[in-house]
Design a protein around this ligand. Structure first.
Ligand code: AMP
Length: 336
C-alpha cells in the first residue's frame, strides 16, 4: 500500500457494524472485496462512526467492531495487501467531514432519499443530525483516500453522486484537491440475496424477520433449520423464474457458495423435492462457512493480534488521510 510504488487504482469500501454480517453481505459485497484485492489497492473500513447515526448499544458496537475485523480477516482479506482499519481510529474522517459540511448545500443534502426513508421510519423523535450528515461523512471516507472506485449497490449510488458533487465543487473553488470517485460496478451476476422467509425483501443485517436471515456466525444446526423453513411455492419444480422468488433465491445462494451456475444447479436438482433441495442448499452454505467460522474463532480469541492489525491499519490510513487533510486545511485558509 506504499503510495509511491503503486499505479493500481484505489478502491474504497466500508461496512458499518450495525447488525451482524449476514449471507447477503458476504455474497453481495465481501466475496467481491476479497477478489478485488488482487487487482486494486483496496482500503476497507469498519465504519463504526456511521453506526452511531442510529440507536446503538455501546457494548454491541464494540463487540461487532471486533467481529467485523475478525470476519474481514477470516474471509481472506489480507492486511499485507489491503488496508483494513476502523473508521473512528482515524480522526481525519471527522475532521474532513466538518470542512465538507461547509461545502455542501442544504438543498443537495436534503435530497438524499435514504435519509428521507430512514427518517420517515424512525419518526421525528428518532432522527439526529448525524443521520442527516451521514452522506457527507461517507464523502469524507472516500475522498480522504483519493479513491478511484467505490463498489456500491443501487442504494448507495445517490450518496456517491453527492460525494462527486462535493469533490467537484471543492476542486473548482480551491483548485484540484480530490480524485472524483467512480462507482465500481463489478460482476453483474452477483446476486442479491433475499430473506428466506420473505423472498421478495432483501436479506438484511437488521431485518425484523431474523428467521430468514443467515448470519455468518450462525451455528450449522441454526443454518439448517433456517433453510428447512425457507419459503418456497406450491409447485414442485426447482427452476429460477420471476414467479418463483423463494426457489430462485435458494438457487442463487447455492450457485454463489458452490461456484456452480444456476443452470447447472437446476439440472442437478431436477426431479428432486423441495425438502431435499433446501437441505442441500443448507449443507452447501454450512460447508462454505465452516472454514470462515473457524478462522473467525482463531482471530477473535487472539485480541492482541486483532488489535495490532487494527492499529497498523489505522497508522497507514492516517498517513494517507493526513496528506489529504493538510492540503484541504491549507486551501480553505487554516493556519497549519
Ligand atoms: P448493509 O448491510 O445494508 O450496510 O450493506 C453492506 C453491503 O452488503 C452493501 O454493499 C450491500 O449491497 C451488500 N448487501 C447487503 N445485503 C445484501 C443482500 N441481501 N444481497 C446482496 N448484497 C447485499
Amino acid at each position: 500500500m506504499e503510495e509511491s510504488i503503486t499505479q493500481r487504482k484505489r478502491v474504497y469500501s466500508a461496512l458499518k457494524p450495525t447488525g451482524d454480517l449476514q449471507l447477503g453481505n458476504y455474497i453481495g459485497a465481501l466475496k467481491n472485496m476479497v477478489k478485488l484485492q488482487e487487482d486494486y489497492d483496496c482500503i476497507y473500513t469498519v465504519a463504526d462512526m456511521h453506526s452511531i447515526t442510529v440507536d446503538c448499544v455501546p457494548a454491541e458496537l464494540r463487540k461487532r467492531t471486533y467481529d467485523f475485523m475478525a470476519l474481514f480477516l477470516a474471509i481472506g482479506l489480507d492486511p499485507e495487501k489491503t488496508l483494513l482499519f476502523v473508521q473512528s481510529h482515524v480522526s481525519a474522517h471527522a475532521e474532513l467531514t466538518w470542512v465538507l459540511n461547509c461545502n455542501t448545500m442544504m438543498g443537495e443534502a436534503s435530497r438524499m432519499t435514504q435519509f428521507k426513508d430512514k427518517s420517515k421510519k424512525a419518526g421525528k423523535s428518532g432522527i439526529n443530525v448525524g443521520l442527516f450528515d451521514y452522506p457527507v461523512l461517507m464523502a469524507s471516507d472516500i475522498l480522504l483516500y483519493q479513491a478511484d472506485l467505490v463498489p456500491v449497490g443501487k442504494d448507495q449510488l445517490q450518496h456517491l453522486e453527492l460525494a462527486r458533487n462535493i469533490a467537484e465543487r471543492f476542486n473548482n473553488r480551491y483548485s484540484a484537491t480530490f480524485t472524483l470517485p467512480e462507482p465500481y460496478v463489478g460482476n453483474k451476476a452477483t446476486s442479491k440475496i433475499f430473506n428466506l422467509l420473505d423472498p421478495k425483501s432483501k436479506m438484511g443485517k437488521t431485518d425484523d424477520s431474523v428467521g430468514g436471515v443467515i448470519f455468518l456466525l450462525d451455528q450449522p444446526d441454526v443454518i439448517m433449520k433456517k433453510f428447512s423453513r425457507a419459503v418456497t411455492d406450491s409447485e414442485c419444480e426447482i427452476k429460477a423464474s420471476a414467479s418463483k422468488p423463494g426457489i430462485t433465491n435458494l438457487l442463487g445462494i447455492y450457485s454463489a457458495v458452490t461456484g456452480k451456475t444456476v443452470a447447472a444447479a437446476e439440472k442437478e436438482f431436477a426431479g428432486r423435492d423441495y425438502a431435499y433441495f433446501k437441505k442441500a442448499v443448507g449443507e452447501a452454505v454450512v460447508e462454505h462457512l465452516r472454514p470462515i467460522q473457524s478462522e473467525y474463532k482463531r482471530y477473535i480469541s487472539d485480541k492482541a493480534t486483532l488489535e495490532k492489525i487494527m492499529k497498523d491499519g489505522a497508522d497507514k490510513a492516517s498517513y494517507i488521510a493526513r496528506k489529504t487533510l493538510s492540503k484541504v486545511y491549507r486551501k480553505v485558509g487554516f493556519v497549519i
